[in-house]
Each structure stands twice: as structure tokens, then as C-alpha cells.
Design a protein around this ligand. Structure first.
Ligand SMILES: NC(=O)c1ccc[n+]([C@@H]2O[C@H](COP(=O)([O-])OP(=O)(O)OC[C@H]3O[C@@H](n4cnc5c(N)ncnc54)[C@H](O)[C@@H]3O)[C@@H](O)[C@H]2O)c1
Length: 388
């Protein structure tokens, strides 16, 4: 008889079969590996059995810091780790910088391992197609690491859209960013082209897009007019470089990007994102429909945490009314992100944040980048998940 353990998840109690432990590996032991490991440690049915990093000794030091005992780390990269059949891996978290998201994910899928892949999904649309081909071939799942999906306030935005109260959606404005916040807390992997590939556009732009695209059912993007550039990143005195003047020379990505996207269903999407800007917040998120409108107040670096309530605008009996949507308290989003992935991997249920959706998020990031490089609007001609 299986040893069962109750786990509270988004107010509903789910039962976890603790007799079957999931054997987990960590690929890339930098900054974001920490919340992954802490959330895995909170699960009753997980054994972290391996970790690897390209930097020699980094995985060992990481495991020591987080009290992970008996974890095998003597691999030079993910290929060696995945080839070690003695590990009997069920799952990996891909916590590497953006440029190696696709290769690490594909290698894991080829080894028959489920993948929790950090956001953004990858750098280019071709990489997204390759990930999906490998996912389909392997029969394993990929969940993309958008923890805001588990935020009740973000979920309420989708519920409001799905209720039909907004009518036909025809326009979306989204985006955001930080006043001063080029991310260089532990070095330059976010700002070098060889590691990051995309700057603010991929790093936080993907969240702003997921907020609205998830709410409206991820319609296919058709065309993109985009711009990306470096407005602050090449300034050696930039304030969040804290005197590291060499960062300016290494800066090879965007710190500002905008896009105007046509989506299937006659919806236009107006988007902007910045790691730095001379204003507090560049815009609220706005979803406009024929029967109502929704305002999602801007926050400092939108990442799924709403600090002010959304406002629903309607006309009732000829009167213009506004309804404040109360903010809800959240459980630990990282626990929910990890648990939802484990449940899908263990029970063969659909991925909680599937590649079939995030493909269109990636198509927009890629479209903005390509349109900007070409200096004109482009047709995206993106394949759907079923066509790949
Ligand atoms: N979900 C979130 O809230 C969140 C927050 C921050 C970062 N992220 C994402 O997490 C990813 C990593 O960010 P980070 O801040 O941890 O970066 P980081 O540079 O601190 O760590 C990445 C690590 O991956 C290693 N690595 C790269 N390729 C590898 C490979 N093939 N095999 C083994 N190791 C490899 C690097 O050596 C490095 O140590 C980024 O894509 C970022 O967008 C997500």
C-alpha cells in the first residue's frame, strides 16, 4: 500500500504518493537553481541525485551550500550527467543561461527525462521548434518556468477574460520594467550575447507577454513591428554596475524593446519593456474588449506579483462603472511551480505551462528581434504546435 501524504495546493488538497520518489537532476547551478532546489526540498517525493555546471567545482559548492548530501556532481556538462544511467533520472530543472536552454532541454528529452525549463523558453523560434520536436519524439513533458502562472491574482485576470465580461477582446497593452535595474548581481551572463542572447526583451518581456497571452488563450501572432536597443547598458557608469566599468564593454543585448503585434482574432498587442528607463513605470497593462476593459496596474519590474488591485470598467444600464478586483494572498509560487511539474511528470498529465503555448511567446520575442534588425514589419509565419 502506497504511503500517501497530503499536500495543500492552491486551497485544494492533493495526495502525493511518497512511495515513488522522483529522481531529480539540476543543470546549471547559478542564481536561479537555488529556488528550484529549495522547492524540491519541500516536496515529500523528491530525491535530488545529481547536479552539474560548466564551471568546474560550482555544482559541488552549490550542493554543499544547500545541504544536498550524496548528490553526484562530477560531470563537466549536462551531456555527461545525462549519460550516467546509474542516476535513473526522472526529471531535470534546466537552470542555465538562455543560450543553452534549448540544447540542455533537447539532451534531457533525448535521455528520456522530463524537463522543467527556466524562462524564457529559449532564444530563437528555431530553437523552440527543435525543443518541441524533441519533446514530441520523447513522449516526456516540458514545463516552462513561469511561476506567475500560479499567482491567484494573475489567475483572476484569466478568469475575468474567460467569463466573457469583457466581450470580444480587440486591444492589449502590456510591458513594464525597472527604472534602474540591468541585472548583474552575479556577473554578466544576463548581459552578454554569448550567454543571454536576449536582454530585457527575453528576461522580463516574456513575463509581460505571458500575463496577457495566457489570459486571452494564446492566439497565434501574425506580424511584428519591433525595436530593440541598448540605451543604458553600454554606459560604464551605469548605476547598477556598481563600479564594474568592464560590464559596459561586455553588454551585448537589449535593455529596451518595443513591439506592435497583430494576433489572430483581430487583436493588436502593444508592448514595451526595459531594464532601465527615465520613468517609474512605462505602462499599466490594459485589456480592452467590446463590453468591458481591465486595467492591471503597473508594478516595478512586472513578474506576476500585483501590488495594486485590477480595475474592471463596464457600462451597466447606461452607467459607466468601475469594479475593484480584490487582491488575494498567495501560497509559495515556487512550491506550486515545482509541484505542478512533478505531478504532470509523475501522473502523465499535461504540462502545466506547455510549450504549445510558450511557442507563441517565443515567436513574439523572436519577431520583435528580427523586425528590429531588419528595420521593418515582418510576417511571423509561425508554425502551430501540431504543425511542428
Ligand atoms: N523564474 C525566475 O524567476 C527567474 C529568475 C531569474 C532567472 N531566471 C532564468 O534562469 C536562467 C538562469 O539564470 P541565473 O541567474 O541562474 O544565471 P547564472 O548565470 O547565475 O547561472 C547559470 C548557470 O548555468 C551554467 N550553465 C550554462 N550552460 C550549462 C550547461 N550546458 N551545462 C551545465 N551548466 C551550464 C552556467 O555555468 C551558470 O553557472 C536564465 O535563463 C534566467 O532567465 C528565472
Amino acid at each position: 500500500m502506497a504511503d500517501m501524504n497530503a499536500f495543500e495546493k492552491n486551497q485544494e488538497v492533493v495526495t502525493i504518493d511518497t512511495s515513488r520518489k522522483m529522481r531529480v537532476g539540476i543543470i546549471g547551478t547559478g542564481w536561479i537553481a537555488e529556488p528550484h532546489v529549495k522547492a524540491y526540498q519541500n516536496q515529500p517525493d523528491v530525491e535530488i541525485v545529481a547536479a552539474c555546471d560548466l564551471i568546474p567545482g560550482k555544482a559541488e559548492a552549490f550542493c554543499k551550500k544547500f545541504g544536498l548530501e550524496g548528490v553526484k556532481c562530477d560531470y563537466k556538462d549536462e551531456v555527461e550527467m545525462l549519460a550516467d544511467k546509474s542516476l535513473k533520472l526522472d526529471c531535470v530543472s534546466v537552470c542555465t543561461y538562455n543560450r543553452t536552454h534549448a540544447s540542455c532541454t533537447i539532451h534531457a528529452l533525448e535521455a528520456g527525462v522530463h524537463v522543467l525549463l527556466e524562462k524564457p523558453m529559449c532564444v530563437t523560434i528555431e530553437e523552440a521548434y527543435d525543443i518541441i520536436r524533441a519533446e514530441k519524439k520523447s513522449g516526456k513533458i516540458v514545463s516552462v518556468g513561469f511561476q506567475p502562472r500560479f499567482n491567484k491574482n494573475m489567475q483572476n485576470i484569466k478568469k475575468i477574460v474567460d467569463s466573457g465580461v469583457l466581450g470580444k477582446i480587440y486591444y492589449i497593452q502590456t510591458g513594464g520594467g525597472r527604472r534602474r535595474g540591468i541585472p548583474t548581481p552575479f556577473g554578466t551572463t544576463f548581459i552578454e550575447d554569448a550567454t543571454a542572447g536576449l536582454g530585457a526583451l527575453g528576461d522580463i518581456g516574456c513575463y509581460a507577454l505571458d500575463l496577457v497571452l495566457n489570459a486571452v488563450g494564446y492566439p497565434k501572432p501574425l506580424t511584428a513591428t519591433g525595436f530593440r536597443g541598448a540605451m543604458f547598458g553600454k554606459d560604464p557608469n551605469f548605476v547598477t554596475y556598481f563600479g564594474h566599468k568592464e560590464y559596459a564593454e561586455k553588454f551585448g543585448v537589449d535593455d529596451w524593446a518595443t513591439g506592435y503585434i497583430r494576433l489572430e482574432g483581430d487583436i493588436t498587442l502593444d508592448f514595451r519593456i526595459g531594464w532601465a528607463q527615465n520613468i517609474d513605470y512605462p505602462c499599466d497593462t490594459v485589456i480592452l474588449g467590446t463590453k468591458g476593459g481591465l486595467r492591471v496596474p503597473a508594478t516595478d519590474c512586472w513578474n506576476g506579483i500585483l501590488t495594486n488591485p485590477c480595475i474592471l470598467y463596464q457600462e451597466i444600464a447606461g452607467v459607466q462603472v468601475e469594479t475593484v478586483i480584490p487582491l488575494e494572498e498567495n501560497d509559495n509560487l515556487w512550491d506550486l511551480k515545482i509541484r505542478s511539474f512533478l505531478d504532470a511528470a509523475k501522473n502523465g498529465t499535461p504540462s502545466p505551462v506547455p510549450t504549445s503555448q510558450i511557442l507563441y511567446n517565443q515567436a513574439i520575442l523572436d519577431g520583435i528581434a528580427r523586425s528590429s534588425d531588419l528595420g521593418r514589419e515582418i510576417e511571423l509565419n509561425v508554425l502551430s504546435y501540431d504543425e511542428i
